[in-house]
Design a protein around this ligand. Sequence first.
Ligand code: PLP
Length: 395
Amino acid sequence: MSIISNSLNRIKPSPTIAVSQKARELKAAGKDVIGLGAGEPDFDTPNNIKNAAIKAIRAGDTKYTAVDGTPALKNAIIKKFKKENNLKYSLDEITVGTGGKQVLYNAFMATLNKGDEVIIPAPFWVSYPDMVLLAGGKPKIVKCSEAENFKLTPSKLKKVISKKTKWLILNSPSNPTGVSYSKNEIKKLSKVLIKHKKIYILSDDIYEHISYDKSKYFTIAQISNLKNRTLTMNGVSKSYAMTGWRIGYAGGPKEIIKAIRKVQSQSTSNPSSVSQAAAVEALNGNQKFIKIRSKEFKKRRDFVVNSLNNIKGISCLKPNGAFYVFPSCKKLLGNKTKLKTDTEFVKKLLEKTNVAVVQGSAFGLPGYFRISYATSMKKLKKAMIRIKSFCESIS
Ligand code: PLP
């Protein structure tokens, strides 16, 4: 009998973390690696946020806090939801965890029974299906094609709903595609959801602020009849370049928030007291840099999309958010190139050019790969030259 549990055997380690690890190893071995696999901004955490953390340490803010967040941070989150999303929450409708990742994990642990289904539109963020599996649930993957802009349509949603559906996950802007749902598209999905009163919605809004859309951001809890069954997850990792601080949060129905607290109280307890103090400053402090950084990301997106579309065999949609693009490499797979899958494509690309990207199949949609452009223009330029010459050399 194995010492490792059956539930752990159901899942695999995160493939995106595996790519970053591989790139780090090659770098350590002296290779000139360009890592386009990581899901974190290359910018530094702004100084006002760092200073708030230093101040908190000096003030002795170094003890246990309330399990699911300090009142100061919860109040800052309430203010954020009201101001930016027009959502009204009370203190007992807010939870804070060690990253958005923990909030999501706890939500599934707190709500899923064996066999409960979670609808996950593909391509998806790699952790959703495995978290669901760990919690004993069943991921119901719905493939959303490039022709559909990689987005879930109301008719596909209708078809996949069953008596066992407990959650639908929506992620906008999306990791790995960068596409986001318009207000109108969310409204259309909500028309289906309103009829199915037992289904809850998990809205992963972690890339909210990295958006180049001119229209105002819209999240599904803003549909009044759905707020009472939506958990709106967000965090400071991406918007405030705070991936290492590990603070994520959610607003949602009291019953779920309380259950999440229970899971957290018997696992990690509170997120770091110092990081919470930093997150208060992130949310309450000056927000100007968000627009400046978004502008820089937009410039990089334009450059990367144009460069990719100039490579024979590669085609790439122009998404309007996050810091990812999801180009197709389908035309470069087959007998001619001797590369059968997207996984072989990215492996060869790394071997031959030292450029690290992640295969689309890791996100549930083979034939594509994900590029994170959260890296300097200088590196992106170099990477695009290498990708182009690699693609030419194999075709
Ligand atoms: N959701 C999505 C779609 C993500 O891409 C990530 C991080 O990569 C997270 C959630 C979790 O972010 P964190 O745990 O750093 O808050």
